[in-house]
Design a protein around this ligand. Sequence first.
Ligand code: G4P
Length: 282
Amino acid sequence: MHFQWYPGHMTKAVRGMREDIKLIDVVIELVDARCPMSSKNPDIDDIAKNKSRILLLNKADMADEKVTAQWKKYYENQGFFVHAVNSTKRNELKIVNSLIQSACKEKIERDRKRGILNRPVRAMIVGIPNVGKSTFINSFSGKACTKTGNKPGVTKGKQWVRINKSVELLDTPGILWPKFEDQTVGLRLAFIGSIKEELLQRVEISLDFIDFVRETYPGTLKEKYSVEEIGEASDILMKIAENRNFVKKGNEIDYEKAAATILDEFRHTKLGRITVERPQES
Ligand code: G4P
């Protein structure tokens, strides 16, 4: 199975990000808590080297809490300041302020020694498409925020959102692309719906998903679709289609519809909170 991602935009995106990053103190990277490795582009580690790094396991409300805790440890061991968040809940993002203060402790201390007091820390959000960057920026900045910069005749350039007296956020996120050297990365991103699958691939993706779920979360398919989790994944898909009465014209089984249904229900957390990769496998 081959997945494509707009490679033409890559160079431009990286160039822009390298410029933006010069202006900021801390990079806040969003990854999807359901696949925190596959939804992370390792190139950011180079682009953001020498910067304070925060990693947010976003959409944590959809992920398996136990595994999220493992990922938190995993990335903390790599030197990130890590937190699991649900960006749609403004209240849950308050913690990010203290995370920023901890991540920028050295810079704040350096400023203080130079007599610079209360200079806000400048932060930037980065992440792959659909990971929740805009949602995070909206929730984190809230309605009461004030925009600075880019006023006519004053400063031309970046828009900064003043979060509070100690943090300013660049209002345009840095978009990263997923890295596809390994096909399992593409597959996991396809599971969570981060890359558009072709109609033809949907059945194949769902078969891989069925195999993954029955092994890692046994009982889930049985409970949701009343199927026995034995035999080939294609048999299970067929049973699901039958149970849901998915038939095409001519009484043919509609595998595509069954595949789309499983993936859609997973992506809307109707199969429960499922994480598709674990730290030790990656
Ligand atoms: P982006 O800027 O990084 O591209 O992502 P964006 O904020 O647009 O978020 C993509 C989708 O993910 C949105 O759903 C958004 O509501 C959802 N989302 C973001 N953060 C969280 C989170 O922490 N928890 C949950 N449950 N959802 C989150 P959408 O507009 O409905 O799009 P879709 O669901 O149709 O993809």
